[in-house]
Design a protein around this ligand. Structure first.
Ligand code: HEM
Length: 500
């Protein structure tokens, strides 16, 4: 008790303060190293935490880039962070030094979901054998799977037909397309993972989608940043469950679906879907403790595919329809190409894409303009690395500002406008652009890109083959401005459909 009296408290407090200052000094030392990227001066014990607006990090990055240049540093409490801006810096870090920048920083806020040393899934996995094995498995399953009896393309085409039917049911009345787009895209992931789709009215689908949206909200703002930077706070009993209740509920729902799926698995039959294929690998791996094929990793890979593959694709489709009602001339041009190449007598197929340069350019421009993941996903250096002449030490978190590449003024003719001409040459042929990086670049580039491209093309062309979209009469023209978020969705809008 005597220890807590006023007399003894002062020296203890002073010793603590000196200790914290020394720790702070130790972490800030690297700022003084030669060629460390410049950045705003961090405050003792807090770093730049209070100098940043986590609700609009993109604007913060734009201002800091103006002051410090394309490669600048931040400190989140004691965590060193470097932000990369513009095509040259992002390409040099993620592509030229892909081996050294492919790690992920630790994210302790997800540990309560079961992420640990040997169970990391794909997205959050450290760059190493577990990540390599699970990424290879996911890529090859996505590429090769004739899921059960159907190819992935057939699943997407059939889902597009259901989506068109649901649009038609609105019978020309104005509606917001977001919920239906979410359901259709969620069904594609569900087909891949569980070999089944849900009816759009199924309450289970509604629950899954609601939780997915809520988890995105839980991941944004300053609280997750603080907890990741000071993980000791997560030891407070019950705190993770209180701060991230939806993440836990989402995992619980996926676990339920997995348990149900597992009960109907017959190893003697050909795999019906990704889960069956994974379960077969788990069986094969029994007795080899170093394998990544475990029940824990199965649930994390499934969660990764739902969380990375659902909202991203449906948000892009919501942007595509918004941009079509805002640019009716572009919409008409796409429909003309659909009529010439596909006609009205059959459904669009992936094979049509190569003969539809304008539509392809429009979809690329939608992704460039919508810029839905403006700050990508954090990487971490696994070695001291040089970028644009700056030295970035091992263990530094890297934030690739993808938005600064997709809107890079030195590359794009009209960076802030929706302009499909960015992807067309003077003859109207489709041209690839190096700065087109909505899926990021390098070793960690989005592994779902082929599936996302397939969904964007098939859903978009199926919808425009059957309908023309417009701003509902009497309603104001919706805005194509959207505030910053970890994932940027268009502001809510309604559209009208007319049968073609
Ligand atoms: C328009 C749709 C999509 C966009 C814009 C998108 C974008 C991204 C971005 C920016 C990253 C971070 C890459 C990095 O760390 O540098 C990423 C990673 C990832 N994406 Fe996508 N994505 C989309 C669709 C999908 C789909 C459909 C799936 C799967 C079904 C998927 C699965 C993943 C996974 C698993 C990762 C982590 C890769 C790794 O860490 O190795 N994504 N995506």
């Amino acid at each position: 008790m005597g220890l807590l009296t006023g007399d003894a408290l002062l020296p203890v407090a002073m010793a603590m303060a000196v200790f914290l200052l020394l720790v702070d000094l130790m972490y800030r030392r690297q700022r003084w190293a030669a060629r460390y990227p410049p950045g705003p001066m961090p405050w003792p014990g807090l770093g730049n935490l209070l100098q940043l607006d986590f609700r609009n990090m993109l604007e913060c990055c734009r201002k800091l880039r103006g002051r410090f240049g394309d490669v600048f540093s931040l400190q989140l409490v004691w965590k060193p962070v470097v932000v990369l801006n513009g095509l040259a810096a992002v390409r040099e870090a993620l592509v030229s030094h892909s081996e050294d920048t492919a790690d992920r920083p630790p994210m302790p806020i997800y540990e309560h979901l079961g992420i640990g040393q040997r169970s990391q899934g794909v997205i959050l996995a450290h760059y190493g054998p577990t990540w390599r094995e699970l990424r290879r498995f996911s890529v090859s399953t996505l590429r090769n799977f004739g899921l059960g009896k159907k190819s992935l393309e057939q699943w997407v085409t059939e889902e597009a037909t259901c989506l068109c039917a649901a649009f038609a049911a609105h019978d020309g009345h104005p509606f917001s397309p977001n919920a239906l787009l979410n359901k259709a895209v969620c069904n594609v992931i569900s087909s891949l993972v569980y070999g089944r789709r849900f009816e759009y009215e199924d309450p289970l689908l509604g629950r899954l989608l609601g939780l997915l949206e809520d988890t995105v909200k839980e991941d944004s703002g300053i609280v997750p940043q603080v907890l990741n930077a000071v993980p000791i706070l997560l030891r407070i009993p019950g705190l993770p469950g209180k701060v991230f209740p939806k993440q836990k509920a989402f995992m619980d729902l996926l676990d339920e679906l997995l348990t149900e799926h597992r009960s109907t698995w017959d190893p003697a039959q050909p795999p019906r879907d990704l889960t069956d294929t994974f379960l077969a690998e788990v069986e094969k791996a029994k007795g080899s403790p170093e394998s990544s094929f475990s029940d824990e990793n199965l649930r994390l890979v499934v969660a990764d595919l739902f969380s990375a593959g659902m909202v991203t694709t449906s948000t892009t489709l919501a942007w595509a329809l918004l941009l079509m009602i805002l640019h009716p001339d572009v919409q008409r041009h796409v429909q003309q190409e659909i009529d010439e190449v596909i006609g009205q007598g059959r459904r669009p197929e992936m094979g049509d894409q190569a003969r539809m340069p304008f539509t392809n350019a429009v979809i690329h421009e939608v992704q460039r303009f919508a810029d839905i993941a403006p700050l990508g996903f954090p990487h971490m250096t696994s070695r001291d690395t040089e970028v644009q002449g700056f030295l970035i030490p091992k263990g530094t978190t890297l934030i690739p500002n993808l938005s600064s590449v997709l809107k890079d003024e030195t590359v794009w003719e009209k960076p802030l406008q929706f302009y499909p001409g960015h992807f067309l040459d003077s003859e109207g042929r489709f041209v690839k652009q190096e700065a087109f990086m909505p899926f990021s670049a390098g070793r960690r580039t989005c592994l779902g890109e082929p599936l996302a491209r397939m969904e964007l093309f098939l859903f978009f062309t199926c919808l425009l083959q059957r309908f023309s979209f417009s701003v509902p009469e009497g309603q104001p023209r919706p805005s194509d401005y959207a505030p910053f978020g970890a994932l940027v969705s268009p502001s809510p809008y309604q559209l009208c459909t007319q049968h073609r």
